[in-house]
Design a protein around this ligand. Structure first.
Ligand SMILES: [Cu+2]
Length: 264
C-alpha cells in the first residue's frame, strides 16, 4: 500500500510537471499591453521556482511514505525539529518577499503611476451581475452619481444626476471599446459588492470596491475582442458576469462613440 501511494504521488508529480513545462500545455493567450512582457517573465520565474519546490517536496513525500510504510513495527514518537522549521519558514518568507520586490515595479507602473496625459478615461462599474461602462462624452467629464437615483427600470443604472450639466452627455454601455495604440485609463467602481476587472490579454486584474475609485491604465496594441470576466466571486450569478473589451482603430472608435450617443 505504501509503495502504491508513493508511486501515485510520484506519477502525478511527473505528469503535472510535464504539463506545465516541456509541453507548455497551459499558458495565457498572447499579451496586448505594455505590461505583458514583464508580467510573463515574472510569471515564468515564479512558476519555475515553485515548480522546483513542488517537485522536490512531492518526491520527498513519496520517499517518506514508502520509507516509513507500515511494517508492523511500533511507531516512534518524534517532537519535530525546531531548527528545520525555522529554516524553511524563513526561506519561504525570503522567497515570497523577494518575488514581491522583483514584481512590484510593473505593478506600480500600471496601478499607482498616473495615466499618460490625454488618456481616454472610462469608468467601469461592477454590479451583481453585469458590467456597466461609462464614457464621459464630448466634455470629457463624468457627471455626479447619486445612489438614490440608481435604477435600471428608469434607464439610469448608475444614478447619474440629471441636475448636473456635466453628466448630460455621459454614455453608459454594456461593452468597453477603446482605441488601439492609445493610452486608456480605467476607473473601477462598484454599486454593491467587490467585483474584479480582469483581461488576460492585458495581463491586468484589479478589484472594483464599493466606495473606492481604483485606477489602472494601459495601451492596447492589438485590435480585437477580449473577454472581461468578473474575477471575484460576487454572488449566485457571478459565473455569468462578463463583458468585452473591443479594441478598435481610432476612427472606428470615435464613430462608435458618436453612433452610441446619437439616440440620446
Ligand atoms: Cu462580479
Amino acid at each position: 500500500m505504501g509503495l502504491l501511494l508513493a508511486l501515485a504521488i510520484g506519477g502525478i508529480t511527473l505528469v503535472s510537471m510535464y504539463y506545465f513545462f516541456p509541453s507548455h500545455g497551459y499558458w495565457m493567450p498572447p499579451y496586448i499591453s505594455e505590461y505583458g512582457q514583464a508580467y510573463d517573465k515574472h510569471f515564468m520565474i515564479t512558476l519555475i521556482i515553485t515548480g522546483v519546490i513542488f517537485f522536490l517536496a512531492q518526491f520527498a513525500l513519496a520517499y517518506v511514505v514508502f520509507r516509513y510504510r507500515d511494517t508492523g513495527a511500533k511507531a516512534q514518537y518524534l517532537l519535530g525539529n525546531a531548527k528545520l522549521e525555522m529554516l524553511w519558514t524563513s526561506a519561504a518568507a525570503v522567497l515570497f518577499v523577494g518575488l514581491v520586490l522583483a514584481g512590484h515595479g510593473v505593478w506600480i507602473r500600471a496601478h499607482l503611476e498616473d495615466a499618460p496625459a490625454g488618456a481616454v478615461q472610462i469608468e467601469m462599474w461592477g454590479q451583481q451581475f453585469v458590467w456597466q461602462v461609462r464614457y464621459p462624452g464630448p466634455d470629457g467629464k463624468f457627471g455626479r452619481t447619486v445612489p438614490e437615483l440608481m435604477k435600471e427600470s428608469t434607464g439610469n443604472p448608475l444614478g447619474i444626476d440629471p441636475e448636473d450639466p456635466v453628466g448630460k452627455d455621459d454614455l453608459v454601455m454594456p461593452v468597453m471599446a477603446v482605441p488601439v495604440n492609445k493610452p486608456v485609463e480605467v476607473i473601477l467602481r462598484s454599486k454593491d459588492v467587490i467585483h474584479s476587472f480582469s483581461v488576460r490579454e492585458l495581463r491586468l486584474k484589479q478589484d472594483a470596491v464599493p466606495g473606492l475609485e481604483n485606477r489602472l491604465h494601459f495601451t492596447a496594441s492589438q485590435e480585437g475582442s477580449y473577454e472581461i470576466p468578473c474575477m471575484e466571486i460576487c454572488g449566485l450569478g457571478h459565473y455569468q458576469m462578463r463583458s468585452f473589451l473591443q479594441v478598435k482603430p481610432e476612427a472606428e472608435f470615435n464613430q462608435w462613440l458618436a453612433e452610441s450617443a446619437a439616440p440620446q
